[in-house]
Design a protein around this ligand. Structure first.
Ligand code: MOS
Length: 747
């Protein structure tokens, strides 16, 4: 916040906190919002991927002649004629750089890997051409399950967290415990099934490239492509105004997008390449499966004596991404000894990647289930047990929380749900139709992060303003929430502000991920707004003709497009008057946003919540319905309650999905995902979604960042998945530890 002029004070509250509807909503519901694949530059061709049906080996033959002979086919791109790249696509040049398969050779690393690209005048011709390639392979045996032989202990998990953490003597804590729970929980592989598949429309002009492609991080994407093609980043222009969902898989540029760019290079015309739904199951990441062993000890009083969380997960044979499923155990419950560890196997799959609440989602369903099991072992109500083990400081670091209104979340959620009076034992409640009814709960948590972002703010003589940055809207509402923050920082009404985003030519706003975008981009906008107001105020306060002259010590406030004296708000003038007198058309400010290292050093920063779930289970058929969910979340300042609720609902629905629906079923003999389609890869549809309620619990965080904003995008999955699983146990008395819970395990 170094840019903020101390004498200048923007009055907050005009726009922040308003439950505005999405400013892009009308565009979206009328089909006017242009997603990447809606762009058809003149002369554009269509590309279709041919993908491998084996998971490991080599491609020995492709019938290129047959594909080329098909009417409309223009070219077939294979390793033999693929244009060269300036950088090895397998080079690891940074922690967020992943290896990609872009026809560098005839190796097959996983099923669904691109092995050729057919480029044609029509999508139909390209698709038929790809089918005519009729690949032959030299197949090798595959490893596709968590019991694979090639086990290793990773050095790091996620993009850079330690793989071994802990303190205290876990074994002694377990030995001394009056109650012990030891259990193994399994979570499946999940695939990012965004409504909008990965798509690219690539157009070269000499060594300049224009791309329409959905990206959660424009500057990263620009850098990655610039590196691969040996071009300066400014030669790569990426437009990504709307994403039809990202969930982490659009956080980095992936192989298929690069193949679209290469195809356009090869044929010298613009090319559009869109993944088919089943092609999403391989080259663009997934949530890795986990097997988590939890050992928990508790004393007679219900206080934890030890917590041991050991994670087995999987990564690909050729790259590393380790799902950080133990991370929730850092944070959530106080215990005198905690140990977290990992090992992993190498499988013949695509490399796993970030997927909404990476680590926390898988880890939370295991930890919340185990905590529930321990509450029962101690004969305590699950909420009482969690309160008994409430972490007053972050267990792993000993740091105080920058804020933590989790007690309020528990209390408000429990009251709203009607938790009091829940029978301790399972299988005690039935509804009027004889269905078993169960109630379960879980604690939600997600780190409050910030990345690096920049923004530019302009005030114009006509009284309007402009705020711009290369931010991304995945559907979470960035077009609205960030504009609210910008208008607020510039002392403008929202309708006085022009807001630009989603373009790589704008200042780098960082990545829309880690639930950090609003805090990061919002801080950048806030600082840019503060700077432009400070510059304008300097102009006025130094000018004898201004009513603000001499206001320096008391300062000015910016409101409704005017600067007013703090010591007498009846005296002031409009931005336009100040600029006109100075002979300026406009004035600009720039700002950046990032986590203050001192905050990170002194505080643990997390959002928290409590989720309460009701399920009904058919006692004969085992059919499970989630019927009611109440989540109470505390995440600092709420920029737009309507959008925040929507984020919580989305996360909570994913939690239901995690507990009851979603899994990629792997054929371990072939390494193929057997349900690579939305018919058989189950995600909740409307009929699966219970009554949802999200309570926005007041929380003022004076430390996390100057705006007091924590993220809200991912936390809803955590807590919810475990709450639903615990409710299923409470309904049936059957503890299922392999997710999603299948009805045949209950009957
Ligand atoms: Mo998300 S997995 O932080 O894009």
């Amino acid at each position: 916040m170094a840019e903020t002029a101390s004498a200048t004070h923007v009055r907050h509250g005009s726009s922040i906190g308003q439950p505005l509807t999405r400013r892009d909503g009308v565009l979206k519901v009328t089909g006017q919002a242009r997603y990447a694949a809606d762009n058809h530059p003149p002369g554009m061709l269509h590309a279709a991927l041919a993908v491998s049906s084996i998971a490991r080996g080599r491609v020995t033959a492709l019938d290129i002649a047959a594909a080329r002979a098909h009417p409309g086919v223009v070219e077939v791109m294979t390793p033999a004629n693929r244009p060269p790249l300036a950088l090895d696509p397998d080079a690891k040049t940074g922690p967020f750089v992943f290896r990609m398969e872009v026809l560098q050779d005839d190796r097959v690393r996983y099923a669904g890997q691109p092995i050729a690209v057919v480029i044609a005048e029509t999508l139909e011709a390209a698709t038929e051409g790809a089918a005519l390639l009729a690949p032959r392979y030299a197949a090798e045996p595959v490893e596709a399950g968590l019991d694979a032989a090639d086990v290793f202990v990773p050095e790091m998990v996620g993009p850079g967290a330690p793989a071994r953490e802990g303190y205290g003597d876990v074994e002694a804590g377990l030995a001394a415990a009056a109650r012990r729970v030891e259990a193994v929980y399994e979570t499946p592989a999940q695939y990012h099934n965004a409504m909008e598949p990965h798509a690219v429309v690539a157009a070269w002009e000499g060594d300049r490239l224009t791309l329409d492609t959905p990206s959660q991080g424009l500057a990263w994407a620009q850098d990655r492509i610039a590196g691969l093609f040996g071009l300066p980043p400014e030669n790569i222009h990426i437009r990504s105004p709307f994403l039809g969902g990202g969930f982490g898989s659009k956080g980095v540029i992936s192989g298929p997008q690069v193949l679209g760019i290469l195809a356009a290079r090869l044929v010298g015309r613009p090319v559009k390449l869109v993944l088919r739904r089943e092609q999403m199951y391989g080259p663009v990441g997934h949530r890795a499966p986990t097997r988590q062993r939890l050992r928990i000890g508790a004393g007679e009083d219900g206080g934890l004596t030890a917590l041991d969380h050991q994670v087995r997960t999987a990564t690909s044979r050729f790259d590393d991404f380790i799902e950080p499923a133990g991370s929730v155990s850092h944070t959530l419950y106080a215990a005198p000894a905690i140990a977290i560890g990992y090992d992993a196997v190498r499988l013949d799959t695509g490399t796993p990647l970030f997927m909404r609440a990476p680590g926390e989602a898988s880890g939370s369903i295991a930890l919340e289930s185990a905590i529930d099991e321990m509450a029962l072992a101690c004969g305590m109500d699950p909420l009482e047990f969690r309160l008994r083990n409430y972490a007053e400081v972050e267990p792993i670091s000993g740091k105080p929380f920058s804020s933590k209104a989790l007690r309020d979340c528990y209390a408000q959620g429990a009251a709203r749900f009607g938790w009091a009076g829940r029978p301790l034992q399972p299988r005690q409640m039935r509804d009027e139709n004889g269905l078993l009814v169960g109630w379960g709960m879980g604690t939600a948590t997600f780190p409050a992060l910030m990345f690096h972002g920049q923004a530019r703010a302009v005030l114009r003589r006509d009284g309007t303003g402009l705020a711009e940055l290369g931010a991304q809207d995945m559907g979470q509402g960035a077009w609205t929430a960030l504009a609210q923050l910008a208008a607020d920082s510039m002392g403008l009404e929202l309708d006085q502000l022009e807001f630009r985003a989603g373009d790589s030519r704008l200042p780098d706003a960082g990545i829309a991920g880690g639930s950090a975008h609003t805090a990061t981009a919002g801080a950048a906008l806030h600082n840019a707004g503060a700077e432009v107001i400070a510059r304008l105020a300097e102009l006025a306060m130094a000018d004898r003709r201004s009513p603000l002259f001499g206001a320096g010590n008391a300062g000015v406030v910016a409101r409704g497009g005017s600067l007013l004296r703090r010591d007498d708000e009846s005296r002031g003038e409009s931005y336009g008057e100040i600029l006109a007198r100075a002979g300026l058309e406009e004035i600009e400010g720039r700002g950046s946003g990032a986590m203050d290292p001192a905050v990170q050093e002194h505080y643990a920063t997390h959002a928290h919540g409590a989720v309460f779930a009701e399920v009904k289970v058919d006692p004969e058929l085992g059919q499970i319905r989630a019927t009611r969910l109440v989540g109470a979340f505390a995440a600092g300042r709420i920029v737009n309650p309507r959008l925040v609720r929507s984020q919580y609902y989305g996360g909570m629905i994913w939690g239901v999905s995690f507990a009851l629906h979603e899994q990629a079923v792997m054929d371990k003999r072939t390494g193929r995902v057997m349900n690579a389609n939305l018919g058989e890869y189950h995600v909740p549809v409307n009929a699966d979604v219970p009554s949802l309620e999200a309570i926005l619990v007041d929380e003022v965080d004076p430390h996390v960042n100057p705006l007091g904003i924590k993220g809200v995008g991912e936390i809803g999955i955590t807590g919810t998945a475990g709450a639903v699983a615990n409710a299923v146990w409470h309904a049936t008395g059957v503890r299922v530890r392999r997710f999603p819970i299948a009805l045949e395990e209950l009957a």
